[in-house]
Design a protein around this ligand. Sequence first.
Ligand SMILES: [Zn+2]
Length: 236
Amino acid sequence: MAQLLLGDIKADVVKKNIKNLHLRVTPPTGKVMISAPLRMKLETIRGFALSKLGWIKKQQARFRNQVIELPKEFLDSECHYFGGKQYFLKVEEINKVPRVNLNDSTIELRVRPNTSSKKREQLVDDWYRAKLKEILPNLFAKWESKMGVKVAEFGIKKMKTKWGTCNIRARRIWINLELAKRPAECLEYVVVHEVAHLLERGHGPRFKALMDKHLPNWRLLKQELNQHPIIHPNWN
Ligand SMILES: [Zn+2]
């Protein structure tokens, strides 16, 4: 591995058996990584990287502005999200059946004394899951009928890097549990996106045309989602 200095920015260069140069800026620190063909000269790589300096700086600034979410402990007064809205957690420790309840400005979490934060998280996640299970059937029915396709099965799971997935052959769609925290329109965007994959596999012009037709503001919703990427410190 070699290292290049582009002004005050360091870049790691790895030579591989590939045809083209790849440059990426990686989260969370904005580290610059370059993969280059085995025979390419370091000067050529440097020239290319310098031509991309503006783009590199823009990407790094994006990472710097990202709010790094602190691990949640599910303690009283902690801030949590549901449907894009912020709520304070109101924890009641009492020897009764645990439950989660939504109020105007709080999410009430009733737990038995000495319940671990892991267990509290599980209770809240189960509640998020139940909420999505209330919302999703109608949402899928709406878009199946609008787009003229049939989904065989859908489910909810925690995913680290994807908002949703679609197994086209099985016609099975997974929705990220994290979306329970996001605005309803963003959840709907992901549903439409995944259902659209039943009509078009890739993300090319045909896919974009489908999205434009059915959900004209999808680009905005996508942007809104990805402004706050899935960075979930409690998951590993
Ligand atoms: Zn997709």
